[in-house]
Ligand binder design. Structure first.
Ligand code: BG6
Length: 490
């Protein structure tokens, strides 16, 4: 597939009235429009079940989409020009008959890139792909975008992949994980593979362990119904956190191409030691938030959130210890944790290096700290390397100091949203940052025994106060290995 820089396109957003479309896709398309990155001939067709006119749809999404756009990027004239690209069509159900009405909205000669973005429940992906195919809407230059999570477990992921694969060729299928569109996540590859410094040290001889944290302040908001059937392991770990783990752990790919990168990521996923039986209790923690205080405000517990059953045992927090059985990573645990309603919104990867082999400063230490590399993904973006230096003065006293690469101050200008980058990639036909079917299935293969372990024991999740860093058991997971979670700052 050749990537053209600015092709004319029709983008069909199925689930156009939903949260994802309003809060992520339309704001990102607006920003691409504003920055001149979309072909003037590009059109967006929102599709959902409700009967609405285009005018009504434009009004309905204006508020919620505009709230997500940085204030300095939003101006009424540009917004008006943007919504002129935007049309609405009702499709009452996921059948070929329901989708045939779209034919007249799409370009007739098939020359444009045609993107079908499924921003719906994953259980509909198979039916929708067939409906789109059955309605005769798939052209040679068509692509379909599937949001995570692809399925609920391995079997449903395989079924979705198979059914979508009956309508679209694998190279037409773009499985999105928006973490791969984040600037610092892409920077991770540059850091590792464009600098000679790190790669020789990037292995068990020099790295003690790795921590990956994705903490959110938000609760489940108005997504209770989706979330309660999903939980943090499926919503975050199976995709975002495992993708981050893969980028830290994979071998250098031969080329910056989808196949090369995907092959290396799959090898990592396949080398993850399965967490089964008794290990589920030892190596995983699942918990649910109760009421508490976040950013100075009292907030409800998970059970009080709209759409959540009173006896729901869905986890909103997961911590776990992952181990990779290969030469590079033998004996180096990767600790992962993610949760909603935590103290701060912060996502970080921390690489903890080992102690120097022989310590000559023993008596005059000051605060000895082993080197650590911290890569912050959000809310701000930086890469910090904590090093020991001498405290100025007559005696030798050591002090840890950060070599700090702050990406916001180093590079002027706005950091694009993850979806901006990825939507543009789909339109341009560049699949490097998207997941292959085998990758998604390998991730489920590792996650599934954990889900089964939780299910067999009918584990009730532990509880943590909203606004905290999770339950005590999460600290205990680290303490058992004589380690502790790296302290995250606001
Ligand atoms: C989504 C999850 O994939 O990622 C949400 O479904 C979560 O539950 C979101 O809030 C977090 O994304 P970000 O970019 O805000 O870290």
């Amino acid at each position: 597939m050749t990537a053209s820089s600015n092709p004319a396109f029709d983008m069909v957003v199925v689930g156009g009235t939903g949260d994802l479309a309003r809060r992520k896709l339309l704001p990102s398309l607006y920003l691409l429009h504003k920055n001149g990155q979309l072909s003037p001939a590009g059109r967006i067709l929102a599709v959902a079940r409700h009967e609405l006119s285009t005018e009504q749809y434009r009004e309905q999404i204006a508020n919620s989409s505009q709230q997500e756009i940085p204030a300095d990027q939003l101006d009424p004239e540009t917004w008006d020009a943007f919504v002129r690209r935007l049309h609405y069509r009702a499709a009452p159900n996921a059948t070929a008959a329901g989708y045939r009405s779209l034919t007249k909205d799409l370009d007739q000669d098939g020359a444009r890139v045609r993107v079908f973005y499924l921003a719906t429940m994953p259980s509909l992906y198979g039916d929708l792909a067939h409906a789109i195919g059955g309605a005769g809407l798939i052209t040679d230059s068509s692509r379909i975008v599937l949001e995570k999570p692809i399925g609920h477990d391995l079997a449903s992921a395989q079924q979705i992949n198979a059914r979508v694969g009956e309508a679209f060729r694998e190279e037409q299928i773009f499985r999105i994980d928006h973490y791969l569109g984040k600037e610092t996540v892409q920077n991770l590859m540059v850091l590792r593979f464009a600098n000679a410094l790190f790669e020789p040290l990037w292995r068990s001889e020099h790295i003690d362990h790795v921590q990956i944290t994705v903490a959110e302040r938000l609760g489940v908001e108005d997504r209770g119904e989706y979330y309660d059937h999903t939980g943090a392991l499926r919503d975050m770990v199976q995709n975002h956190l495992l993708q981050l783990l893969c980028l830290v752990a994979m071998e250098p790919p031969a080329r910056l191409e989808q196949d090369s990168i995907r092959d290396e990521k799959i090898k990592v996923l396949q080398s993850l030691r399965p967490i089964v039986d008794g290990d589920v209790a030892k190596k995983t923690v699942r918990a649910q938030y109760r009421e508490g205080v976040v950013a100075g405000e009292r907030v409800a517990g998970y059970h009080q959130e709209p759409g959540i059953g009173v006896d729901s045992s869905t986890e909103t927090f997961v911590a776990l210890k992952a181990e990779i059985d290969n030469w590079r990573w033998a004996g180096v645990p990767f600790y992962l944790r993610t949760g909603k309603r935590m103290a701060y919104r912060v996502s970080e990867i921390m690489i903890q290096f080992r102690r120097v082999p022989h310590q000559i400063f023993e008596d005059r230490l000051g605060a000895l700290q082993d080197n650590r590399l911290v890569i912050r993904l959000q809310p701000d973006e930086f890469i910090k390397l904590a090093m020991m230096v001498k405290n100025p003065g007559p005696n030798i006293r050591l002090k840890p100091v950060d070599l700090n690469l702050n990406l916001a101050t180093t590079f002027a200008g706005r950091t694009p949203l993850a979806y901006e980058r990825l939507l543009l990639d789909v339109i341009q036909g560049s699949a490097t940052l998207f997941m292959h079917r085998a990758e998604v299935e390998a991730a489920w293969r590792w996650v599934e025994p954990i889900l089964e372990g939780w299910g067999h024991r009918e584990w009730r999740p532990r509880s943590y106060a909203a606004g905290s860093w999770g339950p005590e058991e999460s600290m205990a997971l680290m303490l058992r290995d004589n380690r502790s979670w790296y302290e995250l700052m606001a």
